[in-house]
Design a protein around this ligand. Structure first.
Ligand SMILES: [Zn+2]
Length: 220
């Protein structure tokens, strides 16, 4: 049985900023202990890598010296605290957008969905379909993590500021939807439209398929 099902877990989750890669890890662990936490969830990869990744499509934290995630994991384990690695594949740094625009979401207005120094990736693009597996594989081959967590997985129709971006109109979505149903992608979320109902089905099976692919990839 998985450890998180058999133990009582008291977990603290911290959504780290890039500058937190320089935080005092010993002091962080003392704080976890003060709260009586036996597990923590911290940023590991995706938008920013908190470990020295070798993958060119993953942005390495520019504030990090050494290996933040690896050091934190080791010290947590020495203190009996489990570590769940948090990933966010929904966005990537704009430097990656500049190199591989086809991996990113295109709004119904035909624009990329940029947010500060990131841009939204599309679940049907190569980054999420293949890059995520490489990133997870790199992390699992280096670190004895106790679990993984994916933030904001799947399709989004709004950005972080709640602005409507609509149904992704990128070439990967268009091609895959056409291949699946012989139809063009809808542009409106209209429950009375047969094509939109197909699109809802499309969203479900593409999400399920990628999650299964990620699971299987780690068993191989
Ligand atoms: Zn798309």
């Amino acid at each position: 049985m998985a450890w998180w099902l058999e133990n009582k877990m008291r977990m603290i989750q911290n959504n780290l900023r890039d500058i937190d890669a320089n935080m005092d890890i010993d002091s962080y662990i003392n704080t976890l202990k003060e709260f009586g936490a036996n597990a923590c969830m911290v940023g590991c990869g995706g938008i920013t890598a908190f470990y020295p990744t070798e993958l060119e499509f993953q942005y390495r934290n520019p504030y990090m010296e050494g290996d933040f995630f690896g050091t934190l994991l080791e010290k947590c384990h020495l203190n009996g605290i489990r570590v769940i690695a948090r990933f966010d594949f929904s966005k990537a740094h704009v430097s990656i957008y500049e190199k591989h625009r086809e991996w990113f979401t295109k709004s119904i207005y035909g624009e990329p969905v940029k947010y500060h120094d990131t841009a939204a990736t599309c679940i049907n693009g190569v980054y999420q379909q293949e890059g995520t597996l490489e990133i997870i594989k790199e992390v699992l081959s280096r670190y004895p993590v106790d679990g993984v967590f994916f933030n904001m997985f799947g399709y989004q129709t709004k950005d972080y500021s709640d602005n409507y971006i609509g149904i992704c109109q990128c070439d990967s979505c268009k091609t895959r939807f056409r291949k699946s149903y012989g139809l063009e992608l809808p542009t409106e979320e209209n429950e009375l439209d047969e094509v939109f109902l197909k699109y809802k089905e499309f969203k479900q099976f593409t999400v399920d398929e990628l999650l299964q692919k990620i699971c299987r990839g780690q068993e191989a």
